[in-house]
Design a binder for this molecule. Sequence first.
Ligand code: NCD
Length: 304
Amino acid sequence: MIGGGHLLDVDTLSRAETERVLDLAVEMRAARGTPTCRSLLEAETVGLAFYEASTRTRVSFELAAKALGATVVDLHVAGSSVGKGESLIDTLRTLERTGVTALVLRHGAAGAPYLAARCTGMAVVNAGDGMHAHPTQALLDALTLREAIGPLDGRVIAIVGDVAHSRVARSNLHVLVSLGARVRLGGPAAWVSGFEGHPAVEVATTIHDALVGADAVMTLRVQRERSRTGDVRSLREYVERWRLDEARMQLAAANAPILHPGPTNEGVELTGQLANGRRSLIGRQVENGVPVRMAVLALVSGAA
Ligand code: NCD
């Protein structure tokens, strides 16, 4: 889909397309600040419409758009006509009529970016839709992993925690498998069931089975806002059985890095020591957000 004007999901990207985005992100990182880079999107207006909370995704899309010379408008959803009951489609058509050419949309409803792409003429980038997909997060995670441990072919990447409610996990699954990795999904049974059956995916329901020999470990925020009661008996039980710490990480391959999309709940899915320690790639993930989003915005706008 990328290059065709939208990035709605990563499940349709071929390995070559994914690698093109990652390679372009590396070029963007080097070119950031040059006059050529600052003129790439000077004719475009990028609209940010975040209907769900966000810090790193929204800020990095804004910086990415500005680094390419675009005009940026942020629809402050809470203070916009959305509060007066305006529908999503009316709001998006208004943005389009005011001159927005590329829309970055985060929405609680899975599929909202598809609706935006169908009902408007703007290039649409999905910045997270419900529990469905978070394409740019998975792309920046793949870049971070590739830079830390090299090519992902045959490598075992463990994704641990609240997989069921995580759009990050779903998108990572597609990108990592397409880059040749083997993905191990670990967590309480209620959070990992339904993912068995894919040849490149393993499901693990103990922390030992999830971590043993893994080349890298990604953990996820426990998404209490999306959980139904009864999913996991108690947060305390989750912490006892699944919280990642230095001792548990000894099960993984030597020096296996730890990733987390943020925001972290230190003490719940991982210890503060691990999050801030030598294995942590959490800062690198945030840094890679800007060049990856520069690459995506340039591609959907037809400027790369
Ligand atoms: C994630 C999200 O919003 O999907 N955060 C992010 O974009 N970096 C994950 C989360 O909220 O836990």
